[in-house]
Design a binder for this molecule. Sequence first.
Ligand code: SAH
Length: 241
Amino acid sequence: MQQIDILTIFPELFGPFLETAFVGLARKQGAVAVTAHNLRDWAEDRHRSVDDSPYGGGPGMVMTPEPLVPAIEALAGAKGPSRATRVVCLTPQGQPLTQQKLADMAVGPPLLLVCGRYEGLDQRILDLAVDEEISIGDYVLSGGEVPAMVLIEGVVRLLPGVLGNPESIRTESFQGGAVLEGPQYTRPPIYRGLSVPNVLRSGDHAAIEDWRRQNAQARTRERRPDLLEKADSGTPVDQRE
Ligand code: SAH
């Protein structure tokens, strides 16, 4: 069973997310245990504060090492070789999240996801207590909670036995090669004058496979030529930008 803990000032954001669809199912099946912890439980002052104004001036607030470092250490142990948990901070300054990273995390050690708020974290928290910084993309959100959900949803669907049909993981975009999945169709066969391609209804499995491969490549060439260039350059998936 994979274990994922979350450290946040808004644990209530995770309620329905953890109950619904694959994530809810995976938890019921015992494939994953996810717990959202309230950072304020580690705050020691009357206001349960977690932030303070930045040294050097500037707008906004910065999350303080107290209570974040003790909270991380309580949930994951002290940073170092004997720590069994991978402590990941969600931040726009981290390494980009990729399908390869999700696959590693699905089989790796327990995860503690640290969600920032305000202007981010005091650097000493990252230096003293965090193992890895991950970004979900080149844009800025107001908090790490939605990025943590992105990561959890991506990991959970890769856990053994959770996705009903493992074949759908094998063929989808970014899996086992940097190629996007091609167009897909379901009933009805004709909708507002648009027909499903005949080959998909032919029952000829070799022809269908061929059509899918060609369309996946054409779509990737058209929309994301950068993926093909990276694949051609032979760079391992997890080292691509
Ligand atoms: N001032 C910071 C941004 C703070 S955004 C900077 O310039 O880097 C507040 C919090 O939202 C961050 O601490 C982080 O936890 C989260 N966050 C925002 N955008 C994110 C992204 N693209 N990926 C992961 N986390 C993000």
